[in-house]
Design a protein around this ligand. Structure first.
Ligand code: AMP
Ligand code: MG
Length: 337
C-alpha cells in the first residue's frame, strides 16, 4: 500500500510540471508493482493503442523471467534441473543471463544472478512477507547453492549447472528490461515523449511539451520526495532501497537486497538511485551499488560513461557522482541532514 501511495505522490509531482496538451495516463498492476504509463504529444487513440502493446510486451518479460506463480518458463526449468542437465533458455533469458554475468564481473560479485535458492530462503519475493531472521545454518545452505562459477553456457542458449540446487533469480534486473521493452514498443508505434514508471523505476523519453519532465526521487524514510531531477532526454532512473521489502527484528532492518559475500541483507546503503541509458543497466547497477556502498561503488560509477548515482548511506548522508550533483535538486527540508 505504501508503495502505491508513493507512486501516486510521485505522479502528482510529475504532473505539477504543466503541459499545454493533455497527457494520456494509464496505470496497470504489472511486474508486482503499480506501473504508470504517461504519453505526451500524440492523439489519445494512438497513445492508448501503444500503451496496450507496451503492457503486453512487459507482461511477456514478466512471464519469461518470473520464478513465481503457475506460468511455465525456461528460468523455472533451469532452476529445477539437476547438475549436468542441459537446459535451452529462452533467447531473452540467455541474453540477460550473459549480461548479468558481466555485471557480476564488473561489481566484484555484488550483483549475482544465482542467488535464487538463498532469496527463496529469506522469502522476500513471496506472497507473504517474512518476519524471521534466517538462521546462519540456512544462510550457509543458500550460499552453498549459489555462485556464477557453478553455471556454464555450453552452446547457444544452452546452460548447465555443475551443482544441483543452483537457481537463477532476475529480480534485480528483469523489471528494467521490461521497462526497456515497453519503451521500445511505444517508440515503434510513434511515441516520442513518454515515461514508464514501474513503482518508482522508470525510463523517460523525450520531453514534456518542450519542458523537462520533473522526476521525483523518493525519500527512503518518509513518504515524500528526497529531491528531483528535471529530465528531457532518453534516460532511465531506477532506485534500490531497503524500504521496499523488509521487516524489523530486534530493532534491526532486514530487507530484500542480499550481499552475496555474507548471505545477509546489505548494510552499506539505505537507497541508491542510478541514472543510466537503459532501465536494465540502471536496475542492475542500483542493486549492485547498494551492496557495494558509495566508497567502493563511486569509482565504478565514475568509470562508466553515462552512468550517475545518488546514495543515501546508513547514516542518511547523501553522496552523488560528479555528473548528477548539479542536476539533483534536494528538497529544502532535506538539505541540513
Ligand atoms: P532491486 O529491488 O532491483 O534492488 O532487486 C532486488 C531483488 O533482486 C531481490 O528481491 C532479489 O530477487 C534479487 N537480489 C537480491 N540480492 C541480489 C544480488 N546481490 N544480486 C542480484 N539480485 C539480487
Ligand atoms: Mg535492481
Amino acid at each position: 500500500m505504501l508503495k502505491y501511495l508513493w507512486a501516486v505522490a510521485a505522479l502528482s509531482l510529475l504532473v505539477s510540471c504543466q503541459s499545454q496538451v493533455e497527457d494520456v495516463k494509464e496505470t496497470r498492476l504489472l511486474l508486482g508493482t503499480v506501473v504508470t504509463f504517461t504519453v505526451a504529444g500524440v492523439p489519445e487513440d494512438v497513445a492508448l493503442k501503444a500503451i496496450t502493446q507496451a503492457v503486453a510486451a512487459m507482461q511477456g518479460v514478466e512471464n519469461r523471467f518470473t520464478t513465481h506463480g503457475d506460468v511455465l518458463n525456461t528460468v523455472k526449468t533451469f532452476n529445477q534441473a539437476a547438475a549436468g542437465e542441459a537446459v535451452q533458455l529462452d533467447a531473452d533469458v540467455d541474453t540477460l543471463l550473459q549480461q548479468s554475468i558481466t555485471y557480476w564481473q564488473q561489481t566484484q560479485g555484488a550483483f549475482d544472478p544465482t542467488l535464487g535458492d538463498l532469496n527463496r530462503r529469506w522469502g522476500f519475493s513471496g506472497d507473504v512477507a517474512p518476519t524471521q531472521v534466517l538462521s546462519k545454518a540456512e544462510v550457509k545452505k543458500g550460499l552453498a547453492r549459489s555462485g556464477v562459477d557453478h553455471i556454464r553456457r555450453i552452446a547457444p542458449r544452452t546452460w548447465v549447472k555443475d551443482k544441483t540446487g543452483i537457481q537463477l533469480d532476475f529480480g534485480a534486473i528483469a523489471k528494467g528490461l521490461a521497462i526497456d521493452k515497453g519503451i521500445a514498443k511505444l517508440q515503434y508505434l510513434g511515441v516520442e515523449h513518454a515515461i514508464i514508471n514501474a513503482g518508482g523505476d522508470m525510463r523517460i523519453l523525450g520531453d514534456h511539451s518542450g519542458h523537462a519532465w520533473r522526476i521525483a526521487i523518493r525519500h527512503p524514510r518518509q513518504d515524500t520526495a528526497l529531491g528531483w531531477l528535471d529530465i528531457s532526454a532518453d534516460t532511465s532512473i531506477v532506485t534500490s532501497g531497503d524500504y521496499e521489502r523488509f521487516f524489523i527484528s530486534q530493532g534491526k532492518r532486514y530487507h530484500h537486497i542480499i550481499n552475496p559475500k555474507t548471505g545477509f541483507p546489505a548494510v552499506q546503503s539505505v537507497s541508491v538511485t542510478v541514472q543510466a541509458p537503459t532501465a536494465m543497466q540502471a536496475d542492475a547497477l542500483s542493486t549492485a551499488l547498494f551492496i557495494l556502498g558509495f566508497e567502493k561503488g563511486m569509482g565504478l560509477v565514475e568509470s562508466m560513461p553515462d552512468v550517475e548515482a545518488i546514495w543515501v548511506d546508513s547514516n542518511m548522508l547523501i553522496h552523488m557522482s560528479s555528473g548528477i550533483k548539479s542536476q539533483f535538486h534536494l528538497m529544502q527540508k532535506n538539505r541540513d541532514k
